[in-house]
Design a protein around this ligand. Structure first.
Ligand SMILES: [Mg+2]
Length: 456
């Protein structure tokens, strides 16, 4: 994993020490001697993670962290605060400032590398989503992301998997101000609960007598429905081996017994916030993709989607020697509808026409609005005869029942013309297939409209 890490500490010897350890793991390392320098570097360079000392003259680590998290250009960079061992309150303050994790001085090599790697893995996922969302030029993604921020105060949904009743009680009590906790002592039942309910965090206490808690963690990571669910594991003091294996399995964070209630609250909040952020990103990427391939008026696929998908279907049909048919239809005298009844009426007709196409074509057929009042249906595995039957059925469905204009309540008789073409030996590109259907449509129009013509 190559990544650029910024080490910030006011004592040059500390910087050198961390730098040497990270360089030995092939990380690219930048260094800063104070907070101002650190902020400037993050602003100007691509930094993947910051290791941040707390006690520094001028601006301390808490303030640096707060400023990084408040700046949209740097808020996604994970921050690991380096605290003194005898200052447990620093941890909570650091997490409240938005820190993603912390290490205690003197920094233990194992912890340094495992935490850095685990945070970088998480960041890779967020970055990928962020880039996809940005590339898609989504409208108002920032607002979308910010819109969920108010939820930070809302009660979270936590599943606690804990083998002991008294420790369940303590944890439920500690988390009461921030979360509704469902406690369960059977790990297999927990797996079922986690996949069936909208939890935002699973806390696994490793206090089972005869069960390896990492088995549950691994199962949670491999199930589709719980793949993105954050996991926090509670481990025994000094059980570094379990921590390393847990982080490698994709467990998001750990906390060591005896559990400090403040730390538990702060870490749980961080995980739930991160999940909400990623959920919003994922939803917005999905929405962006849907918008990019959907016609907003009719909800059918748009021309961009058709162009992509038709070439896939065409190649497949060639490769398998299976038939493929295309139907192009155009509403007859549509301009008159707009001119006589207005554009709202025109939109009503387009929507209703799309609905009739949708309810008439078969499941495997792809229906699109091609532009204006022109629609295309691609029919895989369909012979010319069957394609003609589908087209004729659609023609009749349009002609038989008048269209209701929502805007005025009036009824309107509508007809449409249809051209169909099939992939035969002389048609060797998707473009030719479309062209043939278009020519047939032209013949249907010139032949008097309201009819189906198949390409010769
Ligand atoms: Mg210092």
């Amino acid at each position: 994993m190559t990544a650029r890490i910024l080490v910030v500490d006011d004592i040059p010897a500390n910087v050198k020490l961390l730098e040497a350890r990270l360089v030995a793991e092939y990380f690219d390392v930048l260094t800063a001697g104070d907070g101002y320098q650190a902020l400037a570097i993050c602003e100007r360079n691509q930094v993947d993670l910051v290791l941040l000392d707390i006690m520094m003259p001028g601006m301390d680590g808490f303030e640096v962290c707060e400023r990084l998290k408040a700046n949209p250009k740097t808020s996604h960079i994970p921050v690991v605060m380096v605290t003194a061992l005898d200052q447990p309150a620093d941890r909570v303050r650091g997490l409240k400032a938005g820190a993603d994790d912390f290490l205690t001085k003197p920094v233990n090599d194992l912890q340094l590398i495992s935490r850095v790697k685990s945070l970088l893995r998480l960041k890779t996922l967020s970055d990928e989503l962020r880039i996809r969302a940005e590339t898609a030029h989504t409208m108002g993604i920032d607002e979308l992301l910010r819109s969920g921020e108010g939820r930070g105060d809302e009660s979270g949904q936590v599943l606690l998997v804990d083998g002991r009743a008294n420790s369940q009680e303590r944890i439920i009590k500690a988390l009461k101000p921030i979360a509704d906790v469902s406690a369960i002592s059977d790990p297999q039942a927990a797996l079922f609960e986690a996949s069936e309910n909208p939890f935002e965090l699973v806390i696994v206490n490793s206090n089972f007598d005869d069960y390896d808690p990492l088995r549950l963690c691994s199962q949670l990571r491999s199930l589709e429905r719980t793949r993105f669910l954050p996991i926090l594991i509670i481990t025994e003091q000094g059980d570094d081996e379990m921590v390393v294996r847990a982080l490698e399995l994709g467990v998001n964070d750990y906390i060591v017994r005896p559990v400090d209630p403040n730390e538990l609250v702060a870490r749980s909040l961080t995980q739930m916030r991160r999940k909400r952020y990623n959920d919003r990103l994922r939803a917005s990427v999905k929405q962006t993709i849907e918008l990019a391939v959907t016609d907003p008026l009719t909800g059918l696929s748009n021309r961009r989607y058709l162009d992509n998908h038709l070439s896939t279907l065409f190649s497949r049909s060639m490769a398998r020697g299976r038939p493929l048919a295309v139907l192009i239809t155009d509403i007859d005298r549509f301009k008159q509808v707009n001119d006589t009844y207005g554009h709202d009426a025109g939109d009503d007709v387009l929507r209703e026409f799309a609905n009739r196409i949708r309810s008439t074509v078969r499941g495997a057929d792809l229906a699109c609005r091609y532009g204006g009042e022109e629609f295309v249906v691609v029919m895989p595995d369909t012979s010319p005869e069957v394609a003609a039957t589908v087209a004729e059925r659609l023609r009749s469905v349009v002609e038989t029942t008048p269209f209701q204009l929502k805007s005025s309540g009036q009824e309107l008789s509508v007809t449409a013309s249809f051209g169909i073409s099939s992939r035969i030996s002389s048609v060797i590109t998707p473009g030719q297939l479309m062209k043939q259907a278009d020519l047939a449509l032209y013949q249907a129009k010139t032949g008097g409209r309201n009819r189906v013509v198949a390409a010769a």
